[in-house]
Design a protein around this ligand. Structure first.
Ligand code: GLN
Length: 477
């Protein structure tokens, strides 16, 4: 173990500087991380697979550095990857039995970009099956554990990626969001997580959940690290027609104006300690001279209902491809239909089945108008609420989750209470706008200190605003 290196504080830029000075090699760094993974993964269950070829990649990077090449943005940086993002030649299971033996035949666009920036891929991380869940308990590989209290969940669905970063088993990680799956585990484990603007990051090579919402994003120890990762992965990709050229949006005001959604703060669903932390963040903004305004997002109280209609609908369509013929698990039946039933019955876990059934229902003849069409209309109203707000303020501050990490087993049998965890998260996904989770303070539960995240929401392509305010919060926490 290299005693000069403290993985809990080591940032990407510091690592580059150390490489340049010849302080440490990429191989040495990868070895330190691998030691940590070997020590901790048994208990925390963050990784599903640790890549054997990480050292080869590190050696190739050392050869470059020795030849005097300038370190690229992520040169030699150990990165963990959620198991729904394809890496050529590696398995990609989405933590589902149905894909247990599926090997990716190409790199997702984001993986290609990480490689081009010099990153070292450390392994595949644990997640809720097909990214459906808020605790990583829906994984076929068993739950990831929260390093701050192993009796508690890490959050989800990108729980493995969050734990990998929080427990120094990777310097940063990629996760994915459909409805909070980066921000919520980031908040529960005390790391930074970004849900990018919809279309800012290519979805090519991401195993689809709900395509109108899915986005890949970074988890990291600091806002700056998350920003660096985002800079590497963002931008238009000809392989994803919904991806866009990134055009950064700047703030309307010289000094950023911060909005507080009154509908969100008014409800009684929020834990008192979490409320205190959010109020302290708001106070900190005020003291630093930021203008803080109350805003109204009148349709967002419907966001959760809208989300849990639109998502199952898209899930039922996207998951129709797992029929035992083209991918993964395949069970024989007396006829084709029976084969489908058997394959899907054996291959999908309970939450995935629940959503496929719900989604088929809300899309079926006679119900489509009552559910899906109406939900789509309210979705537009929610997006409009945010647009109105961003005519007035530059950034919105809110809780990430209504309470700190809950106990393993506490909610997994009660889908509705699990869905309620997403209440402050899904509005940004439905509106397609960026949102950042920044660790800010801790609360004590059962003698353990649990991190709490503050959420910053910005206008489309307003990630830069979020990074600025996020760095301010980080420096004043
Ligand atoms: N909790 C959300 C859900 O289960 C998270 C989904 C996600 O962001 N991948 O739908």
């Amino acid at each position: 173990m290299n005693s000069r290196i403290d993985l809990n504080t080591l940032t990407i830029e510091e690592t580059r500087a150390r490489f340049q000075k010849g302080d440490i090699s990429a191989r040495e760094l990868a070895a330190i991380y691998e030691d940590g993974i070997k020590q901790k993964n048994g208990e925390l269950n963050a990784y599903i697979e640790i890549f054997e070829d990480a050292f080869e990649a590190a050696e190739a990077i050392d050869a470059r550095l020795e030849a005097g090449d300038m370190p690229r943005l992520l040169e030699g940086i150990p990165i963990a990857v959620k198991d729904n993002i394809l890496i050529r030649g590696k398995k990609a299971t989405a933590a589902s039995k149905i894909l247990a033996n599926y090997t990716a035949s190409f790199d997702a666009t984001v993986i290609g970009r990480l490689r081009d920036a010099g990153a070292i891929l450390m392994g595949r991380t644990n997640m809720d099956e097909f990214a459906m869940g808020s605790s990583t308990e829906q994984s076929v590989y068993g739950a990831a554990k929260n390093p701050h209290d192993t009796g508690r969940v890490a959050g989800g669905s990108s729980g493995g990626s969050a734990v990998a970063v929080a427990a120094a088993m990777a310097m940063a990680a990629l996760g994915s969001e459909t409805g909070g799956s980066i921000r919520q585990p980031a908040g529960f484990t005390g790391v930074v997580g970004l849900k990018p603007t919809y279309s800012a990051v290519s979805r090519n090579g991401l195993i689809a959940m709900a395509s109108s919402l899915d986005q890949i994003g970074p988890l990291a120890k600091t806002v700056r690290d998350a920003e660096l990762l985002f800079d590497v992965i963002k931008g238009k990709d000809p392989k994803d027609a919904t991806s866009a050229e990134y055009e950064a949006r700047s703030s309307l005001h010289e000094k950023i104006v911060i909005g507080v959604p009154q509908e969100w703060m008014r409800g009684d669903g929020m834990d008192a300690d979490v409320r205190t932390i959010i109020e302290r963040a708001i106070e900190t903004f005020r003291e630093a001279g930021y203008e803080v305004k109350e805003i109204s997002l009148p349709h967002t109280p419907y966001a959760l209902s809208v989300y849990y209609i639109i998502v199952p609908a898209e899930v039922s369509a996207n998951l129709a491809r797992y029929d035992g013929v083209r991918y993964g698990l395949s069970k024989e039946g007396a006829n084709v239909i029976e084969g489908y039933f058997k394959t899907r019955g054996a291959g999908f876990g309970p939450e995935v089945r629940r959503r496929a059934i719900l989604g088929t229902y809300v899309l079926s003849a006679g119900y489509y108008d009552a559910y899906y069409r109406r939900a789509s209309r309210v979705r537009r109203l929610i997006a409009q609420d945010f647009e109105n707000a961003f005519g007035e303020v530059d950034c919105i501050v809110a809780p990430v989750s209504p309470r700190p990490a809950f106990k393993l087993g506490e909610k997994v049998k009660d889908p509705l209470s699990m869905y309620l965890e997403d209440i402050f998260l899904v509005p940004a996904n439905l509106a397609g706008i960026p949102a950042l989770s920044v660790p800010y303070g801790v609360v004590e539960r059962d003698g353990k200190k649990l991190p709490v995240g503050v959420q910053l929401i910005g206008p489309r392509f307003g990630e830069g605003i979020l990074f600025d305010i996020g760095k301010f919060l980080e420096a004043h926490s």
